[in-house]
Design a protein around this ligand. Sequence first.
Ligand code: SAM
Length: 255
Amino acid sequence: MTHPTAEHYDRIAATYDDLWTYDPDYVRQFAQSMLDALRLIPSDRVADVGCGTGLYTRRLAQELRPERPILCVDPSPAMLEQLPSSPYLQPVPGRAEDLARGEIAPPDGRPFDAVLLKECIHHVPDRAAVLAGLTRRLSSHGRVLVVMLPKAIHHPLFQAAHDRFEALQPDPTEVADALAEAGLRASVSYRTFHVTVDRARYVHLLESRYMSVLDEFTESELAEGIAQFRRAYRDDPVIRFDDHFAFVTGWVRPG
Ligand SMILES: C[S@@+](CC[C@H](N)C(=O)[O-])C[C@H]1O[C@@H](n2cnc3c(N)ncnc32)[C@H](O)[C@@H]1O
């Protein structure tokens, strides 16, 4: 049986980049923030786990110009197919769990210097075990960055979607605790990205179930939610909201 998460991403893969690039500056600023948080240098051995279409990885790679390709790991073949052909990006079908077990590693057999997981940790059921496994794959100056939404978000979703999101989304402090438990120097900080999107486009985003939480609703529940959204924003042709993200980092302790 196909997993519902896999079905979700296989379905939206072809339009994923269109869905998320409602604001051209958003991806550029986001990629720069991740580059800075990981303090990447071109010689690092890097994996982007749950890279999806590589929307952010390709931007990050353009800035970094890595000496060896970033391993772009994702279980959805349809998402990975969207990855552009680039000497900086190496598609690798697989899961965070495979990397944690050491089944996905840099081609030269050395450990990773940096592992990025952007908006995929909520899809990993056994987070503590996976983060402990990833920690064991890091070099002496290795680091992990988990980028995730907090439990409460400002996206203009309808109320039932907010409630469901809050119930499903892990807490960033839980992730930081798991990284600390694994032996890393862990911390959580928050970044805010301003989003501007036309109301009509946002309706299209909702209809496309652009967030996986929207897959929790039947067609008629979604239609009711969209009707609620239309009523709430009937006077706003353009929607503006702040997208807050937790940046959870874990650094290998010196010595
Ligand atoms: C919201 S998308 C994020 C994609 C990309 N990181 C981005 O920010 O554009 C979540 C991705 O996590 C992937 N995913 C789901 N389960 C996973 C797992 N166990 N390990 C790694 N990635 C997973 C999905 O296939 C999907 O591409």
